[in-house]
Design a protein around this ligand. Structure first.
Ligand code: BES
Ligand code: ZN
Length: 613
């Protein structure tokens, strides 16, 4: 009883990792200059004006800190910020902005004392701030108003807010955003869609979050609700289509809750961004940011929404402590995504998705090499951009590890374990080591048979794919494989009655290595893949077109590269075309034109391709 009272008196302790380790502050993060083990930011209050003419956010942030060890310096992360002035408890102080590191940015040192409560930083962002993309009206669906969005994961929050940019700590925040009055501002917190901002919006996130989940978007936006806690934000001309595409959202939330407990973030909305958004989706709390390229009209790519929703538990509630532990965010989320898909659309459907992913994973490991240290789940990214660790391994090897455990434990036992794991670590951070220990103490010790079937260390700390990789079978895909074999042999066009997007994807991936120019002509004449509006199929088709020099698709590919900025598509397309000596001059020219339309994270990756890195 006494301890319960004690917890109630100190609200932050509710989220404590263990006594004396508030919000996991003792974990060393190689990608942050900050010193949260000494002095930790507990609340952040942001006040920014979005200036579309200069492409700058200008204003200040108040950081409420707790000095845990009588530290004399608060160290913050910044990237290309212009720091105007700093105050400590309202009195101006001298600060030091250290020289910039290409990956980490500049450390900002602020003198503090034991009595320091609030640190105020006046600053502005640079026009090419890495997290931000300022879009011209032409880059939007409506073509009339400009647009701004942020992408903070992994370490880009520091390019628009000076803060302790590590997933190892969590803080609450409030914000005031000033923008042109015809636009709507939206942030990653619960909000009232009916708020008429008139150019001034206020936000409040009462639940603690890590820095990479700070997000802002400003544009000509409208809202349509499915129910009282979930709906869609999009540009008015996109809203109807998007609303139709994602209509299973309430069912997805209900399924997720059955698995892992009540949805913790009050509201769940999806914001559909313009096509230059560099990712498929980003799990910003309360409002997932999503690419419009998943809107196909037939709802066939909505597993991405299930994925971002799943992050509400894995990632947003229980957070990877460092980027080396990224698989804890993504592997758990892909696993969870698949469970949601299975619950709503059935096992046959989920099997297709799982098999497509496993084939990709096998391909990735084959390309990377079985002994490549980056094929381990637990990574060592020190000295590197965390982006380097963000491929298939964390996602798919991570997911199949959890699936292997599920198969060995039996679904009921496994589900009970997971539910308890999420419940016990709400609002905390998690390291790989801590998870492995928890798994051992709460599942493996009582069930020695699981250990015999699944070698945890081999999965987590070993390279390549372990022998206990689950075997996925899909009866739908058996038919597709027969059709693919026939096509390879005789160019016979398959009967695609009742095929879904996933059937086509499996077909194209199976025939890809055997494709020739003539076979491309045959497929395109029949299916018109060059004109297809489904981005997943279009991507696979364009990869084939590049491989067999299928010229009739080049113009469509060029148009695709000029509108879509989703890195998962454009990076492989550029890589493949740039590796082909006859196509290289052309694709370089395409990139020159398209590059100004991409977000900085995509630009960085594709610049590296052309620099031969
Ligand atoms: N959190 C990620 C996106 C991300 C990862 C951004 C690393 C920056 C660094 C998001 O949840 C994600 O995984 N998106 C995927 C979609 C998913 C269905 C695999 C994407 O964008 O393709
Ligand atoms: Zn994810």
């Amino acid at each position: 009883m006494k301890s319960i009272l004690f917890l109630m008196l100190i609200p932050f302790a509710m989220f404590a990792d263990k006594p004396g380790d508030e919000r996991g502050v003792n974990i060393k993060d190689a990608h942050s200059y900050s010193n949260p083990a000494e002095i930790v930011v507990q609340h952040l209050d942001l006040n920014l004006k979005a200036d579309f003419s200069t492409k700058k956010l200008v204003g200040f942030v108040d950081l409420q800190v707790k000095n845990l060890t009588d530290a004399d310096t608060l160290r913050l992360d910044t990237y290309n910020l212009k720091i105007e002035s700093v105050k400590v408890n309202d009195a101006p102080v001298k600060f030091i902005l250290k020289p910039a590191d290409e990956i980490l940015g500049s450390e900002l040192d602020i003198p503090v004392t034991a009595s320091t409560k609030v640190v105020t930083i006046n600053y502005e962002t640079s026009p090419d701030a890495r997290a931000l993309q300022w879009l011209s009206p032409e880059q939007t669906a409506g073509k009339i108003y400009p647009f701004l969005f942020t992408q903070s994961e992994a370490i880009l929050a520091r390019s628009w807010i000076p803060l302790q940019d590590t997933p190892g700590i969590k803080f609450t925040w409030t914000a005031t955003i000033h923008c042109p009055k015809e636009l709507m501002a939206l942030m990653s917190c619960p909000q009232n869609p009916k708020q008429i901002g008139n150019g001034n919006y206020s936000f409040k996130m009462p639940l603690p979050v890590p820095s990479y989940l700070m997000a802002l978007s400003i544009g000509d936006l409208a809202y349509k609700a499915y129910d009282n806690r979930c709906g869609i934000y999009a540009e008015p001309v996109m809203l109807g289509k998007a609303f139709h595409e994602f209509s299973d959202l309430p069912a997805m939330i209900a399924s997720a809750e059955q698995l892992y407990g009540k949805y913790p973030w009050i509201q769940y909305d999806v914001l559909v961004l313009p096509p230059s958004f560099p990712f498929g989706g980003m799990e910003n709390p309360c409002v997932t940011f999503a690419t419009p390229t998943i809107i196909t009209g037939d709802r066939s790519l909505v597993s991405l929404i299930a994925h971002e929703l799943a992050h509400s538990w894995s990632g947003n509630l229980v957070t990877n402590a460092t980027w080396n532990d990224f698989w804890l965010n993504e592997g758990f989320t892909v696993y969870f995504e698949s469970r949601i898909m299975e619950k709503i659309y059935g096992k046959d459907y989920a099997d297709m998705l799982n098999l497509l992913s496993q084939n990709e994973l096998k391909h990735t490991v084959a390309v990377m090499g079985d002994n490549n240290p980056d094929t381990k789940l637990f990574l060592d990214l020190k000295g590197r951009d965390p982006d380097d660790g963000m491929g298939d391994i964390a996602y798919e090897k991570g997911r199949f590890f959890l699936m292997a455990l599920e198969e060995a434990a039996g679904r009921d036992v496994w589900d009970a374990f997971l539910k308890k794991y999420f419940e016990e670590h709400r609002f905390q951070t998690m390291t790989t080591e801590k998870f492995v220990k928890y798994l051992d103490a709460n599942l493996l010790q009582e069930n020695p048979l699981i250990k015999q079937k699944v070698n945890v260390d081999e999965w987590v700390y070993g390279t390549g794919l372990p022998k206990s990789l689950p075997v996925i079978k899909s009866r739908y895909f058996d038919t597709v494989e027969k059709a693919a074999a026939a096509f390879i042999k005789t160019s016979a066009i398959p009967d695609t009655t009742r095929w879904t997007t996933h059937h086509y994807l499996h077909f194209l991936r199976t025939v890809a290595p055997e494709m020739t120019y003539e076979k491309a002509v045959a497929l395109d004449n029949h299916f018109h893949f060059t004109q297809i509006q489904n981005s997943e199929i279009a991507f696979d088709w364009f990869m084939i077109a590049i491989a067999c020099h299928y010229k009739p698709a080049y113009q469509a590919l060029e148009n695709f590269l000029n509108t879509v900025g989703r890195r998962k598509y454009i990076a492989p397309l550029y890589r493949k075309a740039a590796a082909d000596t006859t196509l290289k001059p052309w694709i370089e020219k395409v990139y020159q034109t398209a590059r100004p339309g991409y977000h900085a994270v995509a630009v960085k990756t594709i610049d590296e391709i052309f620099e031969g890195k």
